[in-house]
Design a binder for this molecule. Structure first.
Ligand code: IPM
Ligand code: MG
Length: 359
């Protein structure tokens, strides 16, 4: 019998629960088809956790995650909690879970699905062949540096500090080099070394370890230039590695190149095989509860989990093929449909994909 894999399931807010429900159907189907055994444990997280327990990241949820081999996350946040104080914001839970679980690396692939080329705002000839990954440092930088308010000469001031040490830079950059090795062997390291001290340390560190990866072609790109090049020559990028906030911004830009943010999955990894997997899109409170959200990004997050945490490559491919088959047959949820009147719902899309999963 297959080894039991434990998966912590954290549906969160907005469309989170509905897209996660479809991903759980996919898990179940792969148990039947491939003989795997999954044990899922559900935890509260984000806004719903604030409402029910008074904190966005309850201790219980953290323990469920720590007991698990991998975490499947939906999405968190919504207008209801937007004006809450910092400790009572869903985003604070998200930063907390990343830090607590040591998930220092965030991997966000942006690939063009051929049948969805028209969904992008860029010209098809610019997009042709785009297949890139943003590797974002996730537990350092300005997100986690000291923050405070103080009285200055001209009234109240706010301070956010950006700190990186060599070890933090080195582990993420090495991981990015390793990923590049499995792909087209090109790495773009993005920084603002013409201005920021943290970026100068970043660049020095990259240059110091680059000789260990002579097979990977390295370029340094300043972040503002990178934002521009992503629109001008997206297909020339393979792996982009960068610090936390630059990665936050560039990964949204990269996701939008594809025109189908509802299709993109992401992984947050630490040392070892443990990982947290989630769609790139957010909780979309405007369409929550209507059954019209696109479950594909979350379903593809399961495929990513299979590949990166469990090494279940055959089943991962089966999920990806099922998604492709359903799209090729013309089925679309509203976000990716050209003819919105023929769009199908969340559950219908999930059912079609589940039905298409085979050995
Ligand atoms: C993301 C999000 C988060 C981030 C927010 C919600 C805190 O934008 O995962 O990219 O900035 O990291
Ligand atoms: Mg973001």
């Amino acid at each position: 019998m297959a080894e039991v894999k434990k998966i912590a399931v954290i549906a969160g807010d907005g469309i989170g629960p509905e897209v996660v429900a479809e991903a759980e159907k996919v898990l179940k189907k792969t148990e039947e088809v491939f003989g795997y055994k999954f044990e899922t444990e559900h935890g509260l997280f984000g806004g719903i956790a604030i409402d029910e327990t008074g904190t966005p990241l309850p201790q219980d949820t953290l323990e469920i995650c720590r007991r698990a081999d991998a975490v499947l996350l939906g999405a968190v946040g919504g207008p209801k909690w937007d004006n809450n104080p910092k400790e009572l914001r869903p985003e604070t839970g998200l930063l907390g879970i990343r830090k607590e679980l040591g998930l220092f690396s965030n991997i966000r692939p942006a690939v063009i699905f051929d049948c969805l080329k028209d969904a992008s705002t860029l010209k098809p000839e610019v997009l042709e062949g785009t297949d890139l990954i943003v590797v974002r440092e996730l537990t350092g930088g300005i997100y986690f540096g000291d923050k405070f308010r103080r009285e200055g000469e001209h009234g109240e001031e706010a301070v956010d500090t950006c700190v990186y040490n060599v070890q933090e830079v080195e582990r993420i950059v090495r991981q990015a080099f390793e990923i590049a090795r499995t792909r087209r062997k090109k790495l773009a390291s993005v920084d603002k070394a013409n201005v920021l001290e943290t970026s100068r340390l970043w660049r020095e560190t990259v240059n110091r370890i680059a000789p260990d990866y002579p097979d990977v072609e390295l370029e340094h790109v300043l972040v503002d230039n990178c934002a521009m090049q992503l629109l001008r020559r997206p297909s020339s990028f393979d792996v982009i590695v960068t610090e936390n906030m630059f990665g936050d911004i560039l990964s949204d830009e990269a996701a939008m190149l594809t025109g189908s943010i509802g299709m993109l999955s992401s992984a947050s990894l630490g040392e070892g095989s443990f990982g947290l997997y989630e769609p790139v899109h957010g909780s979309a409170p405007d369409i929550a509860g209507q059954g019209i959200s696109n479950p594909i990004a979350t379903i593809l997050s399961v495929a990513l989990m299979f590949r990166l945490t469990f090494g279940y490559h055959e089943a991962a491919a089966a999920i990806e093929n099922a998604v492709k088959e359903v799209l090729d047959a013309g089925h679309r949820t509203g976000d990716i449909a050209v003819d919105k009147s023929r769009a199908i719902g969340t559950v219908e899309m999930g059912d079609l994909i589940v039905a298409a999963i085979r050995k």
